[in-house]
Each structure stands twice: as structure tokens, then as C-alpha cells.
Design a protein around this ligand. Structure first.
Ligand code: NAD
Ligand code: TYD
Length: 342
């Protein structure tokens, strides 16, 4: 039986991964290790805790806490780490970058060092297409130079480089996946698709940054999860694999799909002041992962539709978040002036 430590497993992608992974591998034990920041929520894992009680454990902790990380690895006989833990929202990294450096860079180092000392079988880093920077033409391949442009992307790029340094220096058994924009259940409604779906459900404006012609590869989170699983089982040590659909939508096209799915009017769209340093386009070449036998199930449009329906059907999950003071403060800081000026 494998014992896998999933750091950041109470967040959006981590919780979807844990649910998928425990179902797919009846011989695996998963320990979620998560600080439970604003983005980490035990509700995301409630059904998992019930369905897989014998093979699942939860530890509340910070990946920057060296003694607790080491103690958890020893206590649960962990042999593999899959690291999802990160500060993840570009707009928040523009407001307050410090926590991104702390978690995404220093936290990655702490996990690597603990994995090296304990002689773990595998360390897998969850990374992002944003480390390549904007790609105006063509598609990013795994050997491309990193040209991150936001504090979030720069901190993720630094994490990736540290992982590769541990491979070079000590021959650590590492792999990295770089995913495109994920969407699906349990995504905190600060990211664009859950934000727009939940605003539209309440007939609130959808704040599109700038002209809305930026392009993203919106992939369904379950496709990302099967991609990570494929790399964990078939990937080569020391290698990086892109995970995405390999196609894109503009933000306006994505917004129109959200509105059409909900039967809401396009008059809800409000073009607001752009994000500073807004990356125009991300685009991944995913042929290296395809060569391992993986394929995506959803295209971008299907992923947006399916996701929008989930938010329409699961207000129990997002309404308490959106009505909380923490969320309202963030929303006011990020959008009040922009919407007034629109
Ligand atoms: P999220 O913000 O929903 O979840 C992050 C999780 O990490 C939360 O549960 C949070 O509590 C936890 N966390 C944060 N700081 C921590 C710390 N110091 N110690 C322990 N736990 C901590 O993020 P997500 O969208 O699920 O992203 C997960 C990973 O995937 C991140 O590494 C992110 O960079 C990467 N990624 C995300 C996307 C995307 O579109 N969302 C795309 C590609 C890659
Ligand atoms: P986001 O979900 O923040 O992901 P990322 O910036 O990491 O790609 O944003 C996706 C796209 O949507 C990006 O081009 C920015 C745009 N966007 C808006 O137009 N309005 C918004 O309110 C948000 C949050 C994002």
C-alpha cells in the first residue's frame, strides 16, 4: 500500500484529486496536509472523509512548518508527496505578494528537504502554465525558458527551479506537471469562471478585465487529475509534463458560454480596468503527456458549461463563502472602484 501525502489537498484541485485518486486506487492511503487558508475548506472533503474513512486522514498544518512536516511523514509512513499547497490567485499576488513567496517558494523547499531526508520514493510538484509567461504565438513546450510576469507566476517558477535543483544535486525522484487554467467543482469564487457563474446567478455584473480577448486553456479539473495520475505512474523521473486541452477560448467566449448556460443576458458583462501586467495568452503543447497514453475528456467549452451547471446546482457550497465578510472585503477591494468606473 502506498502512503501519499497530499499537501494543499483541501483546496480546489487538491480535493478533486484526492476524491479521484482514492476511487481510482483502492490500495492507496492518502493524508491531506493543509493550512486551511481562505481557499482551503474541509467542506470540500466532507464526502471523502466519509466514503474512505479507513484510507484517509487529515492534518492541519503549514508546509513551512519543518517539524510538523517531518513528524507527519514519519507518523503516516509517507512514501510519496504530491504538492498542491500554494497561494494561487494572481490578483491577490498583486495586492500582497509576501505569502506567495513564503508558501510557493520557501514551502516547496521545506517539503523537498523533508522528502530528501526521509528518502521518499517520489516528490511531485503541481505547477502551472503561467511559469512560461504569456505566449502570443505557438505553444509552450516543457523545455522553454521560464518568463513569469506576475508575483504568483514568479513564485511558482522559483518552486519549479528548486525541484529541478534537488533532482540535479541529489538525484531526487521528482516530477513536475504544469497545468493550464482549471475549472470545476469547489473552486473558490475569486477565479473567473466560478466568480462569473455565481455573479450571473444573482444577476450581478461580470467584471471582464480590459477587452476580454485574452486567451486561456480552460480545462476540467478531472482531466488535470487524470493527467497527474498518469505522470505519477508512467512519467519519467526528473521530467516535466504540460497538462491541458491544447486549445483556448477568449475570456469573452468563456463569459458568453457561462451566460448562455444560465439563460442570462449579455448586458451583465461590464468591461472594467485591466489587471496590471495581464498575460494575453497561455497555450500549452501537450504532446509529451499524450505520448504516455493520456487524453482529456472535456474540451474548453464543455468544461465551462459543466462547471457553470455545478455552481447553479450547489449554492450550498458557495453562498456561505460569498456572504462572508472576508470575501466581501476582497470583492470590494478588487472590484468596487473598477465597477463604479465602468
Ligand atoms: P487553491 O487556492 O484552491 O488551494 C490551495 C490550497 O493550499 C488550499 O487548501 C490552502 O489552504 C492550501 N495552502 C495554502 N498555503 C498553504 C501552506 N502554507 N501550507 C499548507 N497548505 C497551504 O488552489 P488550486 O487552484 O487548487 O491550486 C492547487 C495547485 O495547483 C497550486 O499549486 C496551483 O499553483 C496549481 N495550479 C492551479 C491551477 C488553477 O487553474 N487553479 C492551474 C495550474 C496549476
Ligand atoms: P483567473 O481565473 O484569475 O486565472 P489566471 O489569471 O490565473 O489565468 O483569470 C482567468 C482570466 O480571466 C484572466 O485572463 C483574467 C480574466 N479575469 C477577468 O476578466 N475578470 C475577473 O474578474 C477575473 C478574476 C479574471
Amino acid at each position: 500500500m502506498h502512503h501519499v501525502l497530499v499537501t494543499g489537498g483541501a483546496g480546489f484541485i487538491g480535493s478533486n484529486f484526492v476524491r479521484y485518486f482514492l476511487q481510482a486506487h483502492p490500495d492507496y492511503h492518502v493524508v491531506v496536509y493543509d493550512k486551511l487558508t481562505y481557499a482551503g475548506r474541509l467542506e470540500n472533503l466532507q464526502d471523502v472523509a466519509e466514503a474512505f474513512a479507513g484510507r484517509y486522514a487529515f492534518v492541519r498544518g503549514d508546509i513551512c512548518d519543518i517539524p510538523l512536516v517531518e513528524q507527519t511523514i514519519a507518523h503516516y509512513s509517507v512514501d510519496t508527496i504530491v504538492n498542491f499547497a500554494a497561494e494561487t490567485h494572481v490578483d491577490r499576488s498583486l495586492m500582497a505578494p509576501g505569502s506567495f513567496i513564503q508558501t510557493d517558494v520557501y514551502g516547496t523547499f521545506v517539503l523537498l528537504e523533508a522528502a530528501r531526508k526521509a528518502g521518499l520514493e517520489r516528490y511531485h510538484q503541481i505547477s502551472t502554465d503561467e511559469v512560461y509567461g504569456q505566449v502570443l504565438d505557438g505553444r509552450s513546450v516543457e523545455t522553454d525558458h521560464l518568463e513569469p510576469r506576475s508575483p504568483y507566476a514568479a513564485s511558482k517558477a522559483a518552486g519549479d527551479l528548486m525541484v529541478l535543483a534537488y533532482r540535479e544535486s541529489w538525484g531526487m525522484p521528482v516530477t513536475i506537471t504544469r497545468g493550464s487554467n482549471n475549472i470545476g467543482p469547489y473552486q473558490y469564487p475569486e477565479k473567473v469562471v466560478p466568480l462569473f457563474a455565481t455573479n450571473a446567478i444573482d444577476d450581478q455584473p461580470l467584471p471582464v478585465y480590459g477587452d476580454g480577448h485574452q486567451m486561456r486553456d480552460y480545462q476540467h479539473v478531472l482531466d488535470h487529475c487524470t493527467g497527474i495520475d498518469t505522470v505519477l505512474h508512467k512519467g519519467e523521473l526528473g521530467e516535466i509534463y504540460n497538462v491541458g486541452t491544447g486549445s483556448e477560448l477568449t475570456n469573452i467566449e468563456m463569459t458568453q458560454i457561462v451566460l448562455r448556460t444560465l439563460g442570462k443576458p449579455e448586458s451583465l458583462i461590464k468591461h472594467v480596468e485591466d489587471r496590471p501586467g495581464h498575460d494575453r495568452r497561455y497555450a500549452l503543447d501537450v504532446s509529451k503527456l499524450h505520448a504516455l497514453g493520456w487524453d482529456n475528456v472535456y474540451n474548453c467549452a464543455q468544461a465551462v458549461e459543466e462547471t457553470t451547471r455545478w455552481y447553479a446546482d450547489n449554492a450550498w457550497w458557495w453562498r456561505p463563502i460569498k456572504s462572508g465578510e472576508l470575501y466581501k472585503d476582497y470583492y470590494a477591494q478588487q472590484y468596487a472602484r473598477r465597477l463604479e468606473q465602468a
